[in-house]
Design a protein around this ligand. Sequence first.
Ligand SMILES: Nc1ncnc2c1ncn2[C@@H]1O[C@H](COP(=O)(O)OP(=O)(O)OP(=O)(O)O)[C@@H](O)[C@H]1O
Length: 327
Amino acid sequence: MSRTDACLIFNPVAGQSDPEQDLAQIRGILEAEINLDIRFTTEDKGADEIAKEAIAQGATTIIASGGDGTLSTAAAALVGKNIPLGIISRGTANAFAAALELPNTIEAACQTILGGATRVVDAARCNNLPMVLLAGIGFEAETVKRADREAKNRFGIMAYIMAGLQELREMESFEAEIETEDKIITVTASAVTVANAAPPTSILAQGPAGVVFDDGLLDVTVIAPASRAGAIAASYHLLQTALNENAAQREDIGYLRTKRVIVRTDPPQKVVLDGELIGDTPIDVECVPGGLTIFVPQEAAPVFPVEKLEGLPGLKVESKPTSGFEQ
Ligand SMILES: Nc1ncnc2c1ncn2[C@@H]1O[C@H](COP(=O)(O)OP(=O)(O)OP(=O)(O)O)[C@@H](O)[C@H]1O
């Protein structure tokens, strides 16, 4: 087999494992077949900047290794570029790999890259920023703020789930206007999540049965519990249905699929994009079908149903006279 070249972007401080050992393991497996140009992220220089530099210098394959921050920023730099991305997760939650159904160990991730199979998946743009996983309004935004470094180190993935539950207990609702290609939905909600891809642990994105990441559509989940007890019940329901790959069935949870969506809220709400706070609503999110090429193990993805809105409080759905958006 002929040797290939790839740029490996490595975060030396991600996760809780020993980075030197991790890097030695990655090199031990990949360098049998790939010439690695290894570049380290720093506090000031993120994976996106390094990926762009490497591509400008002629790199044809990018491999990123780190936590969700490193992986999603590397992926964001590749949206629409047709350059394959290898993903080696070494973070706490590893939501990125879970969302794209990729292996979670260094060994399996490296073997996936060596296997050479690639798959084209969707990406998205949110307020003109690249998005691979999801944009969260309401709880999701607060959850990210709460799952801080100390909590992540102590509790790992539970930090996110605990932070989510805490938020649900303190929920505040807002008026949301959700505009799609063909309708305008107004609703009283406590969280609106627009997902391109999401792992089961992103419970607030789990209205539909499985967030489909290669259908050219975004998955929008609206959560509108009437009380705190309802919020907690809704969150457990979402966690359960997500783990079992079922669609949500409660009246206070709605979902729909759309290529583009504009969400306006009153009052304005914080927005988290792929794990980073980016500002306040409104958001305008559009799917970029086939925007990202990733190395994958060879497995088929399941297909699920599409929309459920009935039962949400204050719900009004108006058909637009003509399909499409004004701006
Ligand atoms: N060499 C470095 N020294 C200090 N900080 C770094 C360095 N490289 C990257 N960072 C910081 O690491 C953060 C990204 O971390 P990343 O998401 O990869 O890992 P993580 O936080 O451990 O993952 P997770 O969120 O899954 O726990 C960024 O905030 C970035 O500034």
